[in-house]
Design a binder for this molecule. Structure first.
Ligand code: 8GP
Length: 828
């Protein structure tokens, strides 16, 4: 029985449908009637689909009851607008929420089937790039568990994040056809489809009562069709909705073109409309400025707002109390066009006067910023924007004119500041600044960790802060303990439950109660045994995926996240090369055996990041095959890092690498998943690392590197990377080794772009932090040798990670921003 299966909170009438016999019957029925197969001839996918349908059926009643309750109570509903939802596989999580993993396992085994094998069949919907998309998934899990009425609104991409393979050490991208075998979790609701206009022009007219109005005459109209998936809370009756939109042609054929005999032209138009939701842009923290991307953003935002207005009407509420019914969260600037779209819907379509509409809009929206990197700030060339959204541009101009009037009074005579604040960047080619639109149109603005929120106020959004200090707040991220502990690390879950009960699954702050066990020898021995078992599982995954055999008794030192210069995977690479250099110079050097594990995707157009992957795999290739190393160092790059892979990685990690340059990582959430699973952190004073260290204690955290203040100071003084290189003989030798082509079969040109950049510019200050990083690793090395002390630290680390649950984060958003509360579902 899994840790989480000990209690079932379902009343009698539901319980019968959850009995083993009825689960078996339902499963066989789906196999026969949905898949059209018998057990004898069913494929693995048939079996998975039947099981998924069986489980979905068991969610439908609470799904109904939830929306009926919310409607009846006219409950304030959180609408989480996000261009990405990186959900991970559903089956395991839904079994956990329902509390039926154990019964299902037995039911399957009575049919001669292995639940784990069926779980492995699921194609994960990779509808996100990384942190931001995964945060949205953790948040909707917490909203449901906390019984808060909520809808996640996003895009049903036909192709999610690309599938990564590694060939000859390089990243190769393959398409992610996740819908190939169908998605059993979603229900299409054609009856709630909406129309979305694009392009064209606007016209002025006078209405019947003599009022001056504007109408938008679009160039084309696309239909948005919602696909709903249930999001069950953990052991509660609330099942919220994730509603993702697919674009469809409004008419199957354009009859005009068709009748002219241009059949292919007509079909082509259909194809073009449907392109809108074809593919997720695979860029993490950089923008491409493509027209299709703007169309995607507008499309899903317009669909979602129209949907909320429909619900508002359905609840019998006037549009003018929209802000009382909905709290809309903008997950970064991607949905920020919503500010102009809600204004348009209220003014042009519901005839609400401007001032009233603006009040409603501002009380509805709030905005979360996720990055300080300038290249991630969305701005659209004005002409492109006008072409796609002519009416919105007019509305934005009007918002801007009114806003700048207010700003001029606030900052009397300071026209430089007014230009900086403007929604339109006029310093060269003109752009619409989406972050500014989000700030002006929202009543709350937050960063995702304390340092990040401070830096927003001090730097990126300082003018807005000066104008509206009260709008700013900080909301430290969190991750769901359901997926990231209960589901991923059942061994640990079971041990914890045995000691303190299973309350931690719903209330992660209770994990504190294991703190006294840090000094309990028997508990520590079990803790260690669990980590070892998880490492063995990961080792077999690594062998399967890469052919590399690793020693489960070596330290598992892990860095999994998007590949980016600011995250500094190449700092690790330099250090690994230095360790290798040391081992080669002193053959019998006594070092703690380590397995360095990397994983993560590089944006397909980000050549530097792809070269970083090549550097890691190239160094690994040499080290893994050198007999002198005698397996004391191994380097593995896991291909296609995903939620599914993460679920195997975090529980097996012992050291978590969080080594971004201070001031660059907004928060990080992987750092939290590692900490919860007992991996110690080696990290900089960046993002949520700072808060993790505050919580777990400085003696349970391996700190190195410059602080954000020191980074600024060094930059002000003029940073010269060569000064640091000269001071460090080992680093110098390592750089020369890479440069000479030692790791690239003599090709001295291969890594030159990376190395030259480090020596001449080094914008992420690797050389400045290198010494401190290497010294810190020596401390890690020493600490790991004392197994008991290490285990104690690992237990304390988990015990003190209570703050980093997304339940805590969502509680804060509800209290401080959304003013939303739990609404227990009434069962019919
Ligand atoms: C990330 C931040 O980099 C990370 O520090 C933070 O923990 C996470 O958001 C959640 O708040 N940012 C992104 O993932 C991001 O900007 N993604 C781009 C694809 C838009």
């Amino acid at each position: 029985m899994s840790a989480a299966d000990s209690s079932v909170a379902h009343p009698e009438h539901d319980r019968s449908s959850l009995s083993r016999e009825s689960l078996k019957r339902a499963f066989l029925d789906h196999l026969l009637y949905t898949q059209g197969k018998s057990l004898e001839i069913a494929s693995k996918n048939d079996l998975y689909q039947s099981l998924a349908h069986t489980v979905r059926d068991r969610l439908v009643r609470s799904w109904f009851d939830t929306s009926a309750t919310h409607q009846k109570r006219n409950a304030r509903t959180v609408a989480y607008l996000s261009a990405e939802f990186l959900m991970g596989p559903y089956l395991g999580n839904n079994l956990l929420s329902l509390g039926i993993s154990h019964e299902i396992r037995l039911a399957m085994s009575e049919l001669g089937l292995d639940l784990d094998e069926l779980l492995r069949q699921e194609e994960e919907p990779g509808l996100g790039n990384g942190g931001l998309g995964r945060l949205a998934a953790c948040f909707i899990d917490s909203l449901a568990t906390l019984e808060v009425p909520a809808i996640g609104y996003g895009i049903r991409y036909e192709y999610g994040i690309f599938y990564q393979t590694i060939m000859d050490g390089w990243q190769v991208e393959n398409t992610d056809a996740w819908l190939r075998y169908g998605n059993p979790w979603e229900i299409q609701h054609a009856e709630w489809a909406v129309q979305v206009k694009l392009g064209g022009h606007t016209e002025q007219y006078t209405d019947d009562s003599g009022r001056f109005r504007v109408r938008w005459v679009p160039e084309k109209t696309v239909a948005g069709v919602p696909f709903d998936s249930p999001i069950p809370g953990y052991r509660v009756d609330t099942t919220n909705t994730l509603r993702l939109w697919r674009a469809e042609a409004t008419e199957a054929f354009d009859f005009h073109t068709f009748n002219r005999g241009d059949y292919l032209g007509a079909v082509n138009k259909k194809v073009t409309s449907e392109n809108l939701t074809k593919v997720l842009y695979p860029n993490d923290e950089s923008v491409q400025g493509k027209e299709l991307r703007l169309e995607q953003q507008y499309f899903f935002v317009s669909c979602s707002l129209q949907d909320m207005l429909r619900l508002q009407q359905h609840r019998g509420q006037p549009v003018t109390s929209f802000h009382k019914s909905f709290a809309i969260q903008l997950n970064d600037t991607h949905p920020s066009i919503g500010v102009a779209e809600l204004m348009r819907l209220l003014i042009d379509e519901h005839l609400v006067p401007w001032d009233r509409a603006w009040d409603i809009t501002r009380q509805t929206f709030s905005y979360t910023n996720h990055t300080l990197l300038p290249e991630a700030l969305e701005r659209w060339p004005l002409e492109l924007f006008r072409r796609v959204l002519p009416r919105h541009l007019e509305i934005i101009f009007e918002i801007n004119a009114r806003f700048l009037n207010e700003a001029r009074i606030h900052f009397f005579g300071d026209e430089t500041r007014i230009a900086r604040l403007s929604l339109i960047d006029e310093s060269g080619e003109r752009y619409v600044r989406m972050a500014h639109l989000a700030c002006v149109g929202s009543h709350a603005i937050n960063g995702v960790a304390d340092l990040h929120s401070e830096l927003l106020k001090r730097d990126l959004l300082k003018d807005f802060y000066a104008m509206w200090p009260d709008k700013f707040t900080s909301m430290t991220n969190g991750v769901t303990p359901r997926r990231w502990v209960a589901l991923s690390n059942p061994r640990m879950g079971k041990l914890v439950t045995r000691c303190i009960g299973d309350g931690w699954i719903k209330d992660w702050s209770r994990i504190r109660e294991i703190e006294p066990y840090a000094d309990d020898a028997a508990f520590a021995a079990e803790w260690r045994a669990i980590k070892r078992a998880n490492k063995i599982d990961l080792a077999s995954l690594l062998l399967r995926k890469t052919g590399i055999k690793v020693d489960p008794d070596s330290m598992f030192d892990v860095q999994v996240k998007r590949i980016h210069e600011y995250k500094r995977q190449h700092l690790s690479a330099l250090h690994i090369a230095a360790l290798y250099h040391r081992v080669k110079s002193q053959r019998n050097l006594d070092i703690t055996p380590r397995t360095f594990i990397f994983g993560g995707k590089a944006a397909p157009g980000y050549m530097r990041a792809k070269l970083m992957i090549k550097l890691i795999t190239a160094i690994g290739d040499v080290i893994n095959h050198d007999p002198d190393v005698r397996d004391r160092i191994k380097v593995v790059f896991i291909p296609n890092f995903s939620v599914t892979v993460g679920q195997c990685v975090y529980p097996a990690a012992e050291l978590s690498e969080q080594i971004s340059l201070a001031g660059k990582e907004a928060s990080g959430t992987g750092n939290m998943k590692f900490a919860m699973n007992g991996a110690l952190t080696i990290g900089t004073m960046d993002g949520a690392n700072i808060e993790i260290r505050d919580e777990v204690g400085e003696d349970v955290f391996f700190l190195f590197g410059l602080t954000a203040e020191e980074v600024y100071a060094l930059r002000r003084e003029g940073y010269r990377p060569m000064d640091f290189l000269r001071r460090d003989g080992e680093l110098h030798a390592v750089i020369e080794l890479i440069r000479s082509g030692f790791f690239s079969r003599g090709d001295s040109a291969l890594f030159a772009p990376l190395i030259d950049d480090l020596l001449n510019h080094d914008p992420y200050m690797l050389l400045a932090d290198y010494d401190s990083y290497a010294a810190c690793h020596s401390r890690v090395d020493q600490a790991y040798r004392d197994t008991q002390a290490w285990t104690r630290m690992s237990i304390l680390n988990t015990a003190r990670s209570g703050k980093f649950s997304s339940d805590r984060a969502i509680g804060e958003y509800c209290d401080r921003i959304w003013k939303a509360r739990a609404v227990p579902v009434e069962k019919r």
